[in-house]
Write a protein that binds this ligand. Structure first.
Ligand SMILES: NC(=O)c1ccc[n+]([C@@H]2O[C@H](COP(=O)([O-])OP(=O)(O)OC[C@H]3O[C@@H](n4cnc5c(N)ncnc54)[C@H](OP(=O)(O)O)[C@@H]3O)[C@@H](O)[C@H]2O)c1
Length: 364
């Protein structure tokens, strides 16, 4: 037999590189997902490799188990419609040791798949809060799926964007410490809005600015209604071992009922209708020498609330700036003074970095 025939019937084994061990699909190519794709490209030479085998948005999906090559977005725009069913298939076809889906969408249909992926042996990293911050049953299903699949759920970016809020809570819990109370500003967009609002510029103009800076949810009513903050409070409470139901949180929203049912485009054209309500609350707080903040709290008796509060000028939340978040954890061992985590709590760069950090931690 000739050497050539030998080579054909017995091909040299493919040399596996470090990159081959971790296959990743990124869902969502908007502010956060798009920034993550850029970070993956920029840091490719400096970190342990992640092989990108798929990207998708609501309109297209581009999948290749051997790895995608640039220009990613141009190729995605030419690809067929979004097929979430194909995500698990491409990850298994990659034969990678570690398979990760990164969810950078706000979509419930994507969140509904997290538990299935975890149970199948696919790790999930997410900025999407819906699966953990929704019904208690969904939360319990996720925990169950994680156990049965032996997988990890990278959720740092769901609360505090890139801040170590959930990580701090888990460290305390691992040491046997118990959360007694939690207070804070959990929304970067609402923090920005109330840190900046001084009555000289309409609230709706600031809201528009927050949207342009990428601080708000795709539909800002998710922020203004308090839903997004309530989801974060649920995630924090559940992470601390307090399995709260959604209905246990008292939520004060800032969206008048007549604007709640509009489409997001119609709502965008009527932002000005919120101005009078916010201004009245602002003037009332000012008359008492206080400032307005949108706060979340969980008390030792399990009562939980999110809403607008007038706080004294020396309150820690009064001194925040930009889109800062603040988490004050009072625990058995931090009972005199709380453990405080504070810093920027919104923005595409810090959120994408939170996702990348979780993915790298899972990659090992
Ligand atoms: N922005 C922040 O500062 C921040 C901070 C913390 C957490 N987050 C979270 O990060 C997530 C993304 O936020 P973003 O600001 O990047 O939103 P965005 O700019 O609106 O981007 C959302 C992306 O998700 C895609 N998408 C929507 N539904 C989908 C579906 N069913 N299947 C596949 N892709 C789908 C969209 O597709 P199209 O391009 O086709 O519309 C878009 O690419 C949200 O869950 C948000 O809560 C954001």
């Amino acid at each position: 037999m000739s050497a050539l025939a030998l080579a054909v019937s017995n091909p040299a084994p493919r040399v596996r590189t470090e990159q081959d061990d971790v296959a990743v699909v990124v869902l969502g190519t908007g502010l956060v997902g798009g920034t993550l794709l850029r970070l993956l490209e920029e840091t490719a030479g400096r970190r342990r490799g992640l092989r990108l085998v798929g990207i998708a948005n609501s309109r297209h999906s581009l999948l290749d188990s051997s790895g995608l090559t640039p220009p990613l977005i141009e190729k995605l725009e030419q690809a067929p419609g979004c097929d979430l069913d194909a995500v698990a298939a491409v990850l298994f076809a990659s034969e990678a040791r570690v398979r990760i889906v990164i969810d950078a969408t706000p979509a419930a249909v994507v969140a509904q798949r997290h538990a299935r992926w975890l149970a199948q042996g696919i790790h999930v990293v997410t900025a999407n809060k819906i699966a953990q911050g929704g019904s208690l049953k969904d939360w319990q299903d996720l925990q169950q799926a994680r156990h049965s699949g032996g997988t990890h759920y990278g959720d740092s970016a769901t609360v505090g964007a890139g801040l170590p809020a959930l990580a701090s809570l888990r460290r305390l819990r691992r040491c046997g410490d118990r959360l007694a109370a939690l207070d804070g500003v959990l929304s970067g967009s609402l923090s920005f809005l109330f840190n900046r609002y001084d009555g000289t510029r309409p609230f709706s103009a600031l809201l528009q600015e927050a949207r342009e800076r990428g601080y708000t949810e795709p539909d800002p009513r998710a922020d203004l209604s308090g839903t997004d903050v309530a989801r974060k409070l649920l995630i924090l409470a559940r992470t601390a071992g307090v399995e709260l139901a959604e209905s246990a949180i008292e939520v004060e929203g800032l969206v008048p009922a007549h604007l709640a049912a509009l489409s997001s485009t119609e709502f965008a054209g009527r932002l000005g209708e919120i101005d009078a309500f916010v201004d009245a609350r602002f003037r009332a707080a000012q008359a008492e020498g206080k400032v307005l903040r949108y706060l979340a709290s969980l008390d030792s008796d399990g009562s939980a609330r999110v809403g607008l509060r007038a706080v004294a000028a020396n309150h820690p939340c009064a001194a925040l700036s930009g889109a800062d978040n603040l988490f004050a954890f009072t625990t058995e061992r931090y009972r005199e003074r709380p453990l405080v985590v504070v810093g920027p709590g919104a923005g595409a760069e810090v959120t994408a970095q939170g996702l990348l950090a979780d993915a790298l931690e899972i990659a090992g």
